[in-house]
Design a protein around this ligand. Structure first.
Ligand SMILES: [Fe+2]
Length: 300
């Protein structure tokens, strides 16, 4: 009988251990709460409170950070997973029945996108692709599975090398559904940071950011520093950079601020409160208020 063999590389975790939040400023906290909390069914962080100046919204083990300011729009798609798309569409229907007028004239939209997904656009134009939980994304039930950014033609290979060589994050070049090159950077066990080439015009970068945790914090810092790419020395456990460059030529490939945290950062691994959004006054089930699943920041 042939001895069974295993591809052990499938079990490797790279140096990017978690994609923890996406930060986009929003001009209207009330409308943001209606969209992210009431409509999508996510949970306002009950512990880190900013009054009406900012809001952190938990999605399983990840978050949206939504400070109040002129709207920012991620140049790409944020991939989310929820337990049930039927529940989600029902919730959005009820939202619009009561608050539909608040969304008039905004960029909000929600439509079926096939393959058990919904394409949802926030009131300011951020594109979300919401997947129903299944076998994909490592069995994730609720969370942010990926961020897929639009980049210029001819940049995907260099971007993959940037993450692979400077960060020690396994990265390869695959293809989008339309066949365009896409850099796919592995994050932790089940998340991806992607960069999809597009012929479409890409808007100017507006300052939004993503937050990632690194296992080896200092080596990428040194590599970025050698190239003059560190933009902010926040504190012991955080620095930032914004430009992604070809590792050899230094040519700018794309721009998105990364809030880079070490695993010593006090927020790493904190348990994020997630509610069960199917609980309603008219359909209440005692003992089922909490979402049951992985909810540790960076580990979910
Ligand atoms: Fe942040």
């Amino acid at each position: 009988m042939a001895e069974r063999t295993y591809d052990r590389t499938t079990q490797d975790v790279g140096n990017l251990v978690a994609l923890e939040h996406v930060n986009v400023t929003v001009p209207d906290q009330e409308l943001a709460a209606l969209f992210y909390v009431t409509g999508l069914g996510f949970t306002r962080d009950p512990y880190i409170d900013f009054g009406t100046m900012n809001m952190w919204v938990n999605v399983g083990g990840q978050q949206f950070h939504l400070p109040k300011s002129k709207a920012q729009v991620v140049r790409g798609t944020i991939g989310l997973v929820v337990p049930s798309l039927a529940e989600l569409t029902g919730r959005i229907g009820r939202l619009l029945k009561t608050y539909g007028a608040r969304f008039d004239g905004s960029a909000f939209s929600c439509e079926e996108a096939g393959d058990q997904t919904l394409a949802v656009t926030c009131p300011w134009g951020n594109r979300l692709r919401v997947h129903e939980a299944g076998d994909g994304f490592g069995g994730m039930r609720l969370g942010m599975a990926y961020v897929d950014l639009d980049v210029a033609p001819g940049t995907a290979t260099g971007i993959a090398r940037f993450y692979d060589e400077l960060f020690g994050a396994p990265a390869s070049v695959g293809a989008t559904a339309g066949g365009a090159p896409r850099a796919e950077v592995r994050v932790g066990c089940h998340q991806l940071l992607c960069f999809s080439e597009t012929e479409a015009e890409i808007p100017a970068y507006d300052g939004h950011h993503v937050a990632v945790y690194l296992a080896n914090f200092s080596r990428p810092y040194a590599a970025l520093g050698e190239r003059g790419l560190i933009t902010l020395e926040t504190n012991d456990s955080e620095y930032r950079f914004t430009d992604i460059v070809d590792p050899d030529s230094g040519q700018l490939l794309t721009t998105i601020e990364h809030e880079v945290r070490s695993m010593f950062h006090p927020l790493f691994g904190r348990e994020l409160v997630n509610r069960n959004p199917t609980q309603r006054i008219t359909a209440y089930h005692p003992g089922e208020d909490s979402y049951v699943g992985l909810t540790h920041a960076g580990l979910g």
